[in-house]
Write a protein that binds this ligand. Structure first.
Ligand code: AMP
Length: 226
């Protein structure tokens, strides 16, 4: 069995913030991942390659062992559920908050059934169920902020960073669901079968991020790592 390691990294903001950190661990892709059409990128660290994919796909690749490790937002891990994954490292990058937001005073009280537009239907349902509230979720793939403005939903569940997007659309944050940052996830079988190279890589990434590496981390998803 090859002891080479494949790391799946979320495109976009996470990739941008992860690249300097990966470089400090000697992981410099041989081509610019934002420009290259190649999907598998060898790196300057021997035996380590990167695949750069959509954020929501990262846990899936790692769960099935198509990638040994991944860098994904906690938002995506909460939604995925964490099956087959360890979450040993919080890189502290791409920080934001997952929030319920809506127009001021426009969310109906029970027994009216709340309609919630979101990309995060599982997490949203879990959040409201914990309050004993049944909600109707409407799955969207982008521009969640529009939904309450045009009467598609009473409120949204989305990521909030500066709050600028909410404010520009007259929306207000209503409830905090989770503090979000990017985490390193590891395939549970790879953690056993490729223990030494995985451990060495985790130590290098923890060092690069200036954070402590835990023994193996909790399971990813709802209960894991915060
Ligand atoms: P802001 O206006 O700074 O509050 O940013 C909100 C917009 O950016 C929303 O459309 C979010 O979905 C998106 N966003 C905020 N933080 C992140 C993040 N860490 N990763 C991906 N998208 C984000």
């Amino acid at each position: 069995m090859s002891l080479d390691l494949t790391i799946a990294v979320s495109k976009g903001r996470i990739l941008q913030e992860a690249l300097p950190l990966l470089a400090r661990a000697g992981i410099v892709p041989e081509e610019d991942p934002e420009r290259s059409r190649r999907l598998i990128l060898p790196t300057g660290r021997a035996g380590v390659r990167l695949v750069v994919i959509r954020a929501a796909d990262v846990p899936t690749y790692v769960q099935y062992g198509a990638a040994d490790l991944g860098i994904a937002g906690k938002d995506v891990l909460l939604e995925h559920g964490g099956a087959g994954l360890y979450e040993p490292l919080d890189l502290g990058i791409a920080r934001c908050r997952m929030m319920v937001a809506g127009l001021p005073g426009a969310t109906p009280a029970p027994p009216t059934r709340l309609r919630v537009a979101t990309k995060y239907v599982t997490t949203a349902r879990r959040h409201f169920a914990a309050q004993g509230r049944q909600v109707e979720t409407i799955k969207l793939y982008g521009s969640m902020e529009l939904a309450p403005l045009v009467g598609l939903a009473h409120c949204i569940v989305d990521l909030v960073d500066t709050g600028g997007t909410l404010k520009a659309n007259g929306l207000v944050p209503l409830e905090l669901i989770a503090e979000i940052s990017s985490r390193v996830i590891v395939n549970q079988a790879a953690m056993k079968m490729k223990h030494d190279p995985v451990k060495a890589l985790l130590a290098a990434l923890a060092d690069a991020a200036g954070v402590p590496a835990t023994a193996s981390g909790g399971r990813a998803g709802a209960g894991g790592g915060g």
